[in-house]
Write a protein that binds this ligand. Sequence first.
Ligand SMILES: [Zn+2]
Length: 234
Amino acid sequence: MRRRISNKVFCSFCFFCLFAIIMYAAVFVLRAPALLAAGPPAVVAVDPGHGGYDDGIVYNNRDGKQVKEKNVDLEIAKALISDLQAQGAVAFATRRVDEYMNISRRAQAAQAKSPNIFLSIHLSATGSFNIYVTNMPQAQGDPKQLYLYSKRQRPFIGKSRDLASALELSVKQAFPNVNVSYMELPLPLLDEMGAPAVLIECPGPAYLDYTDPSVSGRIAQAVAGAVMVFNAKP
Ligand SMILES: [Zn+2]
């Protein structure tokens, strides 16, 4: 009798162990490709443009409300940071309140946490998304060009272009009726970044109604999606 009871206990213990081993193996096999593809986490510096006395674009909408670019940039940046954090990235802002920051303070605030991605958020005077990467002329002995050659952005310019392409694709998918342009211009803030760096101008307040908070949310979602896709690539 005693033996029968102990066999029963032994058998149900075995069954439990086997079940646990099978479940553990299944979870490991299913999650392994995702774990391998995850790579290092994205550390994203988000830079809301303007601030303080620098309003950026100011627009009076039909309801008589004044929309200031500095506030919209900050709203998009905050939504973007929370989207990125929800997806496992480390994300932080160069400015979190309505204050003026010059280029060197912005660059310092961004570099303080050694980001591997830098995004500056602005609004456009047009109805388009404009995506910018700084331009890097080849050094040819001209002192001005040699100066540019020494900029921190130089080794990351290829990756900055890849990030811009990911953003272009994601924004086009999220806003199929909005034009998206890509340009390379001398941009001193991006020159200072020792990481892939892009400036994105979202459609101006005359073209998108930023008094509706879901608009900033949609932009943030599209940008966050592009950042995660870019970061997952080797
Ligand atoms: Zn701006």
